[in-house]
Each structure stands twice: as C-alpha cells, then as structure tokens.
Write a protein that binds this ligand. Structure first.
Ligand SMILES: [Cu+2]
Length: 268
C-alpha cells in the first residue's frame, strides 16, 4: 500500500480514537477520587477578602477554618455585590494566587490534584468525584447579588505541600458562562488578622505566556508554588476568558496528542 494511503488510513483510525476518547470522559479523576483530608491541623485559618473595584462590585470574605472534627475545611462565605444578571454564579479555588495587577486569568485552573477535569460537571451527591477546588459545584451556586454559605468541604487540605492545600491559592467568582468576575487570595488568618499570602511572598513573580505544567505537577508533594509552576499560562494562551481548567485540559490534550503521534508512527 502506498505510504500516502497508509497515512490517510492512520488518520481515520486516529480520528475515531479521538472521538471515542471524548465520549468516555471519566466521572472521576485520572488519579482517582479525592480522599478525605483527615489530618488538617486544628486552629488554622485562612481568609480571602474581596473588595469592590473598577472591575467588580463584589466585596466580602471567604473564611476557611479547620473543621470541628479536623476533616476538611469549614468555609464561611459572605459576599455582596454580585452582578444582577449572568448567574447562577460559579466560584472555585484556583491553582495560583492573584498577581499584583489583579489579573484573575493568572490564577490558572481549578485546584484539581486528581486530574478530574471540568466535564462532566460535578455531581454534588458524589463530591469525592469532583474537582477539589470546585466549591460551587459541590456546595451550590450563588444566584443572587448577595451570597452567604457555611459548609464543610471534606476534600480540601490546610496542610502545606498537599495537592488539595488551599492556603496559598485564590478564589475566583465567575458568571455562569465561566467568565471571571473577581478573584481574591487566601492569606493566613490563624491569629485573626490577615497575614500575607505565602505563595505570593515566596514566589515573587508570576510567569505567564508559556505552559509547561503537566497534569501530574499538581499531584506531587510540591503542589502549588512549585518549580513546575507557570501560572495561568494555559489560560492566557487559550485566550478564552472562560477558560477555567484550561491548564489541565491542555495537559490532557497534550497527552492525547503525544499518544496519537506515537500511534501514527507505529501504524505508518
Ligand atoms: Cu473558577
């Protein structure tokens, strides 16, 4: 068979494989379900404070405390100034802190240490299968201009170094169409006064414009703020404002492309 025909045949096979891949999206992470975070230290607190500005009228706090039984995190949320339209709104813990210029896109994707991805959407009745950072998916979406909620999320960690650690990350509020409205950093609040964001202080600069992050980079012991971090890169390169999860999507797609490339070489 001429190599050209072989190539066409290979492409057809690969196209079928790609379609099949997208039809069989797992409902749990590639690395499994999120485990309960049962060793969170008592007495730890973080707070993310939203203040209205030229871009958003949202103000208020997201307070994160060790839960009473040390499993997961007790979130206490009180926000006002959400838009009158465009809901129900979404909010998530994102991988990276907000840089000094306030650019919410630079916060990257949702915290997703088990590489679950955004689709299909989180099933709130099975929260271990959701992205760890998908708080509105697991606990309900704000629908009004004022939002308050208190709940325990058992899958979020306050142990630095864990993939599910939230203390050096950010919260992003989105329109229903995923466009980012506002964002705020978690900072240490253990002593009842807001300290500094540990990632911001330790990392200094936020690099953007490249994407070397891999799916596994969130799962190692280094977690956010690690050497593999190139914050928000995937989001900015995808150019979509509604690009939460873009980094993990890219990495998944990258893996698929790599696999396809390997297969093509083999077939041809
Ligand atoms: Cu988000």
């Amino acid at each position: 068979m001429p190599s050209f025909i072989k190539t066409v045949a290979a492409i057809a096979v690969l196209a079928t494989a790609v379609v099949a891949q997208s039809d069989t999206t797992p409902v749990t992470g590639k690395l499994g379900d999120a485990p309960l975070q049962s060793s969170n230290p008592a007495g730890v607190a973080y707070i993310a404070t939203f203040t209205s500005n030229s871009k958003s009228n949202i103000s208020g706090n997201v307070l994160a405390l060790t839960s009473s039984d040390d499993v997961g995190v007790n979130f206490q949320i009180a926000l006002t100034g959400l838009p009158a339209e465009g809901g129900p709104f979404l909010y998530h813990i994102h991988d990276y802190p907000v840089p000094a210029d306030g650019n919410c896109t630079a916060t990257g994707a949702h915290v997703d240490p088990y590489v679950r991805g955004e689709t299909p959407v989180c099933d709130a009745s099975s929260p271990a299968t959701c992205q760890v950072g998908d708080l509105s998916g697991k606990h309900g979406k704000p629908t009004n201009e004022t939002f308050s909620a208190t709940y325990v999320d058992k899958y979020v960690s306050t142990v630095p170094g864990q993939g599910a650690f939230m203390g050096n990350r950010s919260i992003v509020v989105h329109y229903a169409n995923k466009t980012r409205i506002a964002c705020a950093n978690f900072v240490d609040y253990t002593n009842g006064t807001a300290g500094t964001n540990t990632t911001t202080s330790t990392n200094g600069t936020i690099v953007s414009g490249s994407s070397t992050r891999t799916a596994s980079s969130q799962t190692g012991p280094a977690t956010s703020g690690s050497a593999s971090k190139t914050s928000g890169a995937a989001s900015s390169s995808s150019s979509a404002a509604a690009s939460t999860g873009a980094a993990s999507q890219l990495s998944v797609n990258g893996a698929l492309v790599a696999a396809v490339g390997g297969l093509a070489l083999f077939v041809i």
